[in-house]
Write a protein that binds this ligand. Structure first.
Ligand code: SF4
Ligand code: MG
Length: 288
């Protein structure tokens, strides 16, 4: 299957996001998901342009609002594989209210965050993931806030699949995306994806030197919540691999159906929403 369309990405040469696009493409190819079964939903930011570069369903939504949109897509059409993409600013600042709830809600979609510890599109301001001491236009004396420990936050909030990848380690990242898409519930994959233009501090050399793959830690058990939290602390979050997975908590769609005596969640959603042309016409008339 060819997921490429004829739009050329306008990311800077050397941007990490090219590697993430390639990894998602490899993952959906290997899982043999056809374009009409795939929806790529994104927010706003350099990384969020990614949705436009796939030959599949997609929506480039508003800043920090990709998750509510994507969860709606999934509930309305559960036959779709929904992949949500965005950056660390979109996900963990503007969209953090939605992100926390998505962690706990566990709708069966996959969230790939391209984490470069900076706002790229708006030309280089600190993000919630920026290191202490990071000098930007908004932090000329160096950032003095501690970076958000996002994987610990996800686990604490009830996320059932928490992984981290590095776009340079393509094979590992492709496996993580595939595992995430196959996990029944909300899958969070935080991907280190350097911004070569606005973050000279956390570039390719930095990640090469500082990341440890969990495959190197003998006997690591991703189903052990306490071990996951302890290991994240020991390595200051600079880990790649499947950090935590809980296969016991039912996904939102299943919990919703079970709570309502078994009917398919999609039927429930349609019962509530009942979209029809007259409803939208009525709204349009109202705003004329
Ligand atoms: Fe990538 Fe940074 Fe350029 Fe944006 S500004 S396209 S994140 S390198
Ligand atoms: Mg960013």
């Amino acid at each position: 299957t060819d997921y490429r369309n004829d739009i050329r990405p306008n990311w800077c040469p050397g941007c990490g996001h090219y590697g993430v696009q390639a990894a998602i493409t490899d993952a959906v190819t290997q899982l043999d998901i056809s374009p009409e079964k795939l929806a790529v939903i994104s927010g706003i930011g350099c990384s969020s342009r990614i949705g436009g570069y796939f030959y599949a369903y997609g929506a480039h939504t508003t800043h920090g609002r990709a998750l509510p949109y994507a969860q709606g897509v999934k509930l309305a059409n559960q036959d779709l594989e929904v992949v949500v993409c965005g950056g660390d600013g979109d996900a963990f600042a503007i969209g953090m209210g939605h992100t926390i709830h998505a962690f706990k809600r566990n709708v069966n979609i996959t969230y790939v965050v391209m984490d470069n510890h900076v706002y790229g599109l708006t030309k280089g301001q600190t993000s919630p993931r920026s290191d202490i001491g990071f000098v930007t236009k908004t932090s000329p004396h160096g950032s003095f806030e501690s970076p958000l420990p996002i994987c610990e936050t996800a686990i604490a909030a009830g996320a059932t699949f928490v992984a981290q990848g590095y776009m340079i380690n393509r094979a590992e990242l492709v496996e993580l995306i595939k595992q995430g898409m196959q996990h029944e519930g909300f899958s969070f994959i935080n991907v280190f994806s350097p911004c070569v233009t606005y973050n000279k501090r956390n570039g390719y050399d930095y990640f090469k030197e500082n990341l440890t793959s969990l495959s190197k830690i003998e006997g690591y058990d991703p189903s052990n919540r306490a071990e996951a939290l302890k290991t994240l602390g020991d390595y200051q979050g600079l880990l790649t691999g499947l950090i935590y997975e809980d296969t016991t908590k039912p996904c939102f769609e299943k919990a919703l159906a079970d709570a309502n005596g078994g009917p398919h969640a999609r039927a429930l959603v349609h019962d509530v929403v009942k979209p029809d042309a007259t409803m939208f016409q009525g709204l349009c008339d109202e705003f004329k």
